[in-house]
Ligand binder design. Structure first.
Ligand SMILES: [Zn+2]
Length: 416
């Protein structure tokens, strides 16, 4: 059981950190080739490393590639398997992330929220239906010019606050816990340069949305790159000799199933997505991503791409098509199925917090998808924020408190 006194401390700690961390500018940059992608991410990484040390965590390490690692030693006499907690410090480049001015709307009455720095912008229950759960609670938003950064500074704050709480209250049971703050998740480079041997076998990311979410399934993800090689001839004398790579590409793409695209699919349905294409007579290129929750369905799509290659190459002499496919990440469901205790303990911790556990497949991937594949099964737990990557991003303090409390229960569950 978690007493009101502990709860109050944990929320106060998480709130103070959250309001402070979101003001540190940490937007990542897809164009950059450095690691981390932006120097400014170091600002928050250094703060976190210092605060881990001040708090009394052990083995605090800030690596050259920009990851903070720290360890909470087990309570004396407690023997338990170690687990890890991760969150990312960067925010999405889709919206401005500098000069974030968080503000708290206490005892929110349910009426549309307006923003001090953009009078045009409003946020109501119609825009974000989850708001309906928090009438009477405190809502935190940005000022209208920037995102808030709850993705994923809520997760960072919850992990830090949970560590501070476990250190302060002796009655809270826990084994060894390793924490790690990562960079560049928003640009898909959240595990580049990560020192995997500093992580325990089993981890959780605190990077989901609504309170109660536990994500254990993500896409099975492939990428396919096509190059069409044509035969260029003067158009006036091209009869029976020209092979137009651009036209061939257009026909090839038109042969893909029209209903299997992102705009026609939802839930557990998969798709082909044309990310980019360009071409002329000599050469045309197309890049696709292929997504599904079932590996065999994606295999069928990859085979279809190869069959279409043969169809056009044999129908059009002189045409050559290169097809390159590669796996990007795998549905972590199959990996997590081999260690059911990892998901079961998170499930139990969410219930201990009094939450209804919500299990939706992620139509995307997380750092945990990559980590799972690298031998560190890592489901994703909610962090509480909503409307990520937008100027209307928000979080309720209640969700911040519940996520922090979930970590406290999780710590105890790993000692049982
Ligand atoms: Zn995130």
């Amino acid at each position: 059981m978690i007493s009101d006194k502990i709860r109050e401390f944990a929320l106060g700690n998480a709130r103070e950190r959250f309001l402070r961390y979101v003001q540190v500018f940490t937007t990542s940059d897809e164009e950059s080739e450095t690691n981390p992608s932006t120097k400014r991410q170091w600002d928050l990484l250094r703060i976190l490393a210092d605060e881990c040390r001040e708090m009394g965590l052990s083995d605090v390490h800030l690596g050259d590639t920009g990851y903070v690692y720290a360890t909470l030693p087990a309570r004396p006499g407690v023997e338990a398997e170690t687990f890890g907690l991760l969150a990312h410090v960067d925010t999405s480049p889709e919206q401005p992330g500098d000069n974030v001015k968080p503000r708290r709307l206490e005892n929110w009455d349910g009426s549309p929220i307006t923003y001090p720095d953009d009078p045009e912008l409003t946020l109501s229950i119609e825009d974000s239906k989850e708001l309906a759960h928090y009438v009477g609670d405190t809502i935190i938003t940005g000022s209208g010019l920037t995102l808030l950064g709850a993705d994923n500074k809520a997760g960072v704050s919850e992990i830090m606050a949970a560590m501070a709480t476990l250190l302060k209250f002796d009655e809270l049971m826990h084994g060894e816990i390793k924490i790690c703050f990562t960079t560049d998740e928003e640009i898909g480079r959240g595990t580049v340069g990560l020192e995997l041997d500093r992580l325990p076998k089993y981890c959780y990311t605190m990077d989901g949305g609504f309170a109660g979410e536990l994500e254990t399934e993500c896409f099975d993800a492939w990428r396919a790159d096509l190059v069409f090689h044509g035969v260029g001839v003067h158009p006036g004398t091209a009869k029976d000799t020209m092979v137009h790579a651009g036209h061939m590409m257009a026909r090839y793409l038109a042969d893909l199933p029209a209903e299997e695209t992102p705009e026609h699919t939802s839930g557990r349905e998969g798709f082909y997505y044309l990310v980019h294409s360009e071409g002329s007579v000599d050469r045309a290129t197309a890049s696709l991503i292929v997504r599904d929750f079932e590996a065999d369905k994606n295999q069928a799509r990859i085979e279809n791409l190869a069959a279409l290659k043969h169809k056009y190459e044999s129908a059009v002499p002189g045409l050559r098509i290169d097809l390159e496919t590669r796996e990007q990440y795998r549905n972590m469901r199959d990996i997590l199925a081999e260690c059911p205790h990892v998901v079961a303990r998170a499930h139990a911790a969410l219930e201990d917090t009094g939450l209804e556990v919500l299990r939706h497949p992620i139509r995307g991937g997380t750092d945990g998808s990559v980590l799972s594949q690298l031998g560190h099964p890592t489901p994703n737990i909610f962090a509480g924020g909503l409307m990520f990557h937008s100027k209307r991003e928000w979080i309720a303090e209640k969700a911040l408190a519940q996520a922090t409390e979930t970590i406290l229960h999780l710590a105890r569950r790993w000692t049982e």
